[in-house]
Structure formats: structure tokens, C-alpha cells
Write a protein that binds this ligand. Structure first.
Ligand code: RIB
Ligand code: CA
Length: 313
């Protein structure tokens, strides 16, 4: 079977790091064309450093990592340091200092990759705020047919938000970018909190990864344990929803998930609802579906796959 060619746009970020490791461990199924970093969980200099650090840790120092947007399109920047720590990789020893980064290289890399690709050749996997992808959509509409599919972690409907009662972090951090991407017309699969809240780690899972055998697995196992401030009453003291790796699990084993085709819009103005992803479950708007919304995830199956992948590194 032909490998899927992907660009991974991310804001590492504890769960982003696990997603990167899963991709690197799945070279037989996925060709990682490159990684683009975006400001999100932590500022761009740190998301870029963290992406670079995880590739090196997993034994892939040659992976192309490009720095993208250092701030959202229109709103004031927000970060996710509460859940990810000041470094973005709380729980891990990060022995790589952040350097100066030139923002904007990500869209140049995306443009060039699409320019030389065939139609429907490149899958964009977006697991951070959508600022880089929105810039690509605005700058190069003629290249959009080269995008086979956009697979994104973001949004929330029935699960409720994780940064406000209605908004999930990636969409809340840049709602204008999310709205632009959702309207770009390319096939889109959205893995929101509705799905990722069904994928909850446990101390036993973290222990299993730590014992999987490889040095990367031992060090990455810390990311399956909640960061100090992310322990919430919602999931209990030692359970943690694993968000970003669900996108890679969907690419590798889509049978672990169920989806529904629905129209989805993003609130870009609301006082109480800014960043909400509004899903028209019953077709009352009369609008055509613009996304495959993942409604169910086999949490145990996703975690088994994550451990199997990262244990191979
Ligand atoms: O809401 C979860 C998402 O926000 C994940 O991508 C996490 O890394 C943060 O970016
Ligand atoms: Ca992320």
C-alpha cells in the first residue's frame, strides 16, 4: 500500500510530542515530509525547539522542522503552559536550549511541498492552532487541490470546551484561522474533544510505555502522566485525555473511530462563545457538511497503538 505523505503542523506540547513520536515510529505507513511549528501551548521559539528535540530524542535528527507563525491572525495570544508547563514538555528533561527562530518559514515550506506535489498527494495533520494552515490557504488557493485531506485535532461540541465552557484550546487560540481553514473546501476530518475525552491514560499505561524497552519510550512515558496543574476533577487525579496522538491513530487505524459528516462553523466574535465549534447535528442551517466529525474513539485501542508504536523506536 502507498504510504501517506504528511506535513505535521504542531505546537509541542506534551501530547504533540507523543504524536510526533508515533509518526516517526510509523515510517512504513506514513512518510513525514516535514514538521511545521506554530505558537500555541508555548511560544514559537519553544514549540520549534521542542519539535526539534523530540525528533532528536527519537533518533531522527534529519527531519525537516520549520518555524511558522509566532502569533494568531487577529486575537491576542494565549498559551497552554498550565497543562504543558513553561517548557511545553513538563515532566521531561529537555537538554536543548531554544534558539532564535525566524517565523514564516512554515508556509514557505508548505507552499513548496504542495507546488511540486500531484493533486491529492499531501495530507496536512494539524494539532495546534491553525495559524500556519490558514496562512497557506490565504496565500496559495491554487495549491489547495494538492491537499488530499486535512486531519485536525481541535474543537468540541457535545464534550464542552477545555479553555472556556464552549471552546477547545487550538480553536480558541486562533478562531479566525480555524474559521478560514474550515471554509477552505478540502476534505477535513476533525478529531475534537468529543473523541479525545474517550482516550484517557492511566498510571498503568504510563508504566507500560516506560517498560516498552527503548530509551525514547522510557523518557516519553512521563507525558502519559498528568502535568502538575492539569489534574482536574473532570477525569480524576491520574487520568489524562490524550488529544494529538488520536490524529495519527486515525491515519493508522481509522477503524478505531466513528465519524459523522456535518456542517461545522467557528464562532469568531462571541463574548462567552469565542472559539466555539458550532456543529449543525440536525441540519437546521441547511448548509452542506464541510467536515467528518469524529464522534467515537476506542480509547483502549488508541492507547495500545500508541504504546506499540513508540515502543518500536
Ligand atoms: O485542546 C487540546 C489541544 O490543545 C492539543 O493539541 C494540545 O496540544 C493543545 O494544543
Ligand atoms: Ca497540540
Amino acid at each position: 500500500m502507498r504510504r501517506r505523505r504528511i506535513i505535521l503542523d504542531c505546537d509541542p506540547g506534551r501530547d504533540d510530542a507523543l504524536a510526533i513520536a508515533m509518526v516517526l515510529a510509523s515510517a512504513a505507513e506514513i512518510e513525514l515530509v516535514g514538521i511545521t511549528a506554530v505558537a500555541g501551548n508555548v511560544p514559537l521559539a519553544l514549540t520549534y525547539r521542542n519539535a526539534r528535540f523530540i525528533c532528536d530524542l527519537c533518533g531522527f535528527p534529519g527531519v525537516a522542522v520549520h518555524a511558522g507563525a509566532d502569533k494568531p491572525l487577529a486575537r491576542e495570544p494565549v498559551t497552554g503552559t498550565r497543562a504543558h508547563g513553561e517548557s511545553g514538555l513538563e515532566g521531561m528533561e529537555v537538554d536543548m536550549r531554544p534558539g532564535a527562530v525566524e517565523p514564516g518559514g512554515a508556509t514557505a515550506f508548505m507552499n513548496e511541498t504542495l507546488r511540486i506535489a500531484a493533486d491529492d498527494e499531501i495530507t496536512l495533520v494539524a494539532i495546534g492552532p491553525l495559524t500556519n494552515v490558514a496562512a497557506l490557504v490565504a496565500e496559495s488557493p491554487a495549491l489547495l487541490p494538492k491537499i488530499r485531506q486535512i486531519v485536525l485535532m481541535g474543537g468540541a461540541s457535545r464534550a464542552g470546551g477545555n479553555v472556556t465552557p464552549t471552546a477547545e484550546f487550538n480553536v480558541y487560540a486562533d478562531p479566525h484561522a480555524a474559521a478560514r481553514v474550515l471554509d477552505c473546501g478540502r476534505p477535513m476530518t476533525i478529531i475534537s474533544l468529543d473523541a479525545t475525552h474517550q482516550v484517557l491514560t492511566s498510571p498503568a499505561r504510563a508504566e507500560r510505555l516506560a517498560r516498552a524497552g527503548s530509551e525514547p519510550a522510557r523518557r516519553l512515558a512521563a507525558l502519559l502522566r498528568p502535568a502538575v496543574h492539569s489534574r482536574t476533577a473532570r477525569f480524576g487525579p491520574d487520568r489524562l485525555p490524550i488529544h494529538d496522538p488520536c490524529t495519527i491513530a486515525w491515519l493508522l487505524q481509522p477503524e478505531l473511530f466513528k465519524t459523522e459528516s456535518v456542517p461545522v462553523a467557528v464562532e469568531t466574535e462571541g463574548t462567552h462563545t469565542l472559539g466555539a465549534t458550532v456543529v449543525d447535528w440536525w441540519g437546521v442551517t441547511g448548509k452542506p457538511p464541510n467536515a467528518h466529525w469524529v464522534t467515537e474513539a476506542d480509547g483502549e485501542g488508541v492507547l495500545d497503538l500508541l504504546i506499540e508504536c513508540i515502543g518500536r523506536l
